[in-house]
Every structure is written in C-alpha cells, then in structure tokens.
Design a protein around this ligand. Structure first.
Ligand SMILES: *[C@@H]1O[C@H](CO)[C@@H](O)[C@H](O)[C@H]1NC(C)=O
Length: 293
C-alpha cells in the first residue's frame, strides 16, 4: 500500500519535472512590441510606450500590426484592454493567419457596443480558405476595465481559444472523420482595430458615433511560446515543428484537454454562449461535418 503510494508520488514529481524541463528548453518569448511585431496598416495610429501598445481608430482609418515571424503550433497570448465607453461599430481583432487564398486563420474578434452594453467575443476558424465557423460569447467580466489575457493554444490534436487561461472554445482534430485541420501552414500573429458598423453591433443597427473618436484599444505583455520560423527560413515547417513529442504542447500531459478544462468549457458554454454556427440550422442546410458528435 505504502509502496504504491510512494511510487505514485514519485511518478507525479517526474511528470512535473518533465513538463518543467520542456518549458525551460523552450523559453517563452515575452518581449517588447517592436521586437516581435511591426505595423502593417496605418503606423501613425499605433503608439507604443513601454510594454503597452495603443491602437486607435478615427474617421480616417483603423490600424493593425503583424508578427515578424511565423508560427506552427504552440501558444500565443496577448493582454488586451478594450475600448471604454461607447465602442459601437468597432471591431478589435487578435488573430493568427497564414497567407494565400487557401489560408488558415484563428480569430478573436471583439465586437464593440453602445456605452454600458456588453462586448461580444466572436471566435472563428478558417481552414484552407474556408471560414464560417463563428461562435459568439459574452464575457464574465467587463473587458474594458482591465487588461485580460487572450490566448490561442494549438497542437496537432486540438485548438483552444482561452480567456484568462479558461478555454471558451475547443476545435478538435477530426481528420479521421474527413474534417480538415490546420497543421501545415505557418501563421503570423496579428492585431487590428477597424470600423465594421455595417454588421458588428446589434447586427449593424448601432453605428459608430464618430464624435467619440478616437477609439483606443491597448495591447500588452505578449507571450509567444511556439515553434517559430523566420521570414526567409528554408526549413520545411512541417518537418521542423512536426516532430512529435519534441515540444511541450505535444507532451501526453498537455496534449489532451483535461477534466478541469472540460468543466470550464462547459461552464462557459452554459453561461456565456450567444451563438454557435453548429446550431444555426437556418444558415446551413446540412450540419457542418465537424459539428457532428
Ligand atoms: C450589445 O448590447 C445588446 C443589448 O444589451 C446585446 O443584445 C448585444 O448582444 C450586445 N453586443 C453586440 C456586439 O451587439
């Protein structure tokens, strides 16, 4: 009895050591904005001060940035403080995307609202150029009051969208059932802010009130812990990032969504889900393949 217990606890210690070593070997890339990113739209509307980067939108333009490197699998986080007060008509995006017409993309889109009304977080995935996989959630806090952490976790088995490390959505690899899964294209990490008052707020009914411009959203504390490729790197990303078991996100202990995460996913779904494309029978004549149990 005693022996068994000891062996078990040793095993747990070993597990922890393995995870920690994997983390140490692959150091987290937490750095100032300019080391990781560059503006790719309206640089004069992006202002960096210390760890904080402010994006602003006015009647003339929105703005955006992208990472200098591309990534395949891993975790990418940013802390974001959304527009305070009236943000109706605006969309803030934090997303990962590859290039080309058959691109893969993982999106967080924050849909603004009239003063005092709740933001909506829309998540979406494009695989081989096809999107139409929207989910919408409310948050369990006011995202305009403080910075909160929004992350993508991505391995061969599933993709998680996390808010303060609580998963709000999982997209599982169902290739065995013929559903495509993003696992070959390297993606850049992007942020942007723009006017989308034709659809964003209450279905496009509430327009951007330009007398409240500029609208400002702040990003800080980026953390990228992923398999990275330099812009001109000749290595095949699938080979470089694909060796199973090499990275912490492929280790058996993190590979699968654990029980705690399952409980969290259910809590979010039960309390904060606004819309799920999987349940939109008016939009899709046939339930999308990945929605089938
Ligand atoms: C904005 O507020 C209204 C009223 O509370 C709500 O119905 C809507 O879902 C909110 N979000 C957006 C993006 O429209």
């Amino acid at each position: 009895m005693m022996k068994k217990k000891n062996w078990l606890s040793h095993f747990n210690i070993l597990k922890i050591l393995v995870i920690n070593c994997a983390l140490v070997m692959h150091s987290v890339n937490s750095a100032y904005f300019s080391q990781l990113f560059q503006p790719n739209w309206a640089p004069d509307h992006i202002a960096t001060q210390g760890d904080q980067t402010a994006l602003s939108l006015d009647f003339s333009t929105g703005c955006g940035f992208e990472s200098k490197k591309k990534y395949l699998f891993g975790k990418a986080s940013a802390q974001i403080k959304l527009i305070q007060g009236d943000s109706a008509g605006t969309v803030t995006a934090y997303y990962m995307s590859s290039e080309g017409s058959n691109h893969d993309e993982l999106d967080f889109e924050f849909l603004g609202n009239a003063s005092g009304e709740p933001y909506i977080v829309q998540t979406n995935l494009y695989i081989n150029g096809t999107g139409n996989r929207e989910q919408r959630h409310y948050l369990w806090f006011d995202p305009t009051m403080d910075f909160h952490t929004y992350s993508f976790f991505w391995n061969r088995r599933s993709i998680l969208f996390l808010v303060d490390d609580i998963p709000i959505r999982e997209f599982e690899n169902k290739e065995k059932k013929g559903v495509p899964y993003p696992k070959e294209q390297v993606m850049g990490i992007h942020g942007s802010l723009w006017n989308a008052d034709d659809w964003a707020t209450q279905g496009g009914q509430v327009k951007t009130n330009w007398s409240n411009a500029p609208f400002v959203v702040k990003f800080q504390s980026f953390e990228i812990d992923a398999c990275e490729l330099l812009p001109d790197e000749k290595d095949d990303p699938v080979v470089k990032c694909g060796k199973s078991g090499q990275f912490w996100w492929d280790k058996p202990v993190v590979k699968q969504v654990n029980k705690q995460r399952r409980t969290q996913l259910k809590w979010v779904r039960d309390n904060f889900l606004v819309y799920d494309y999987c349940q939109d029978i008016e939009r899709f004549s046939e339930v999308p393949m990945e929605c089938k149990k």
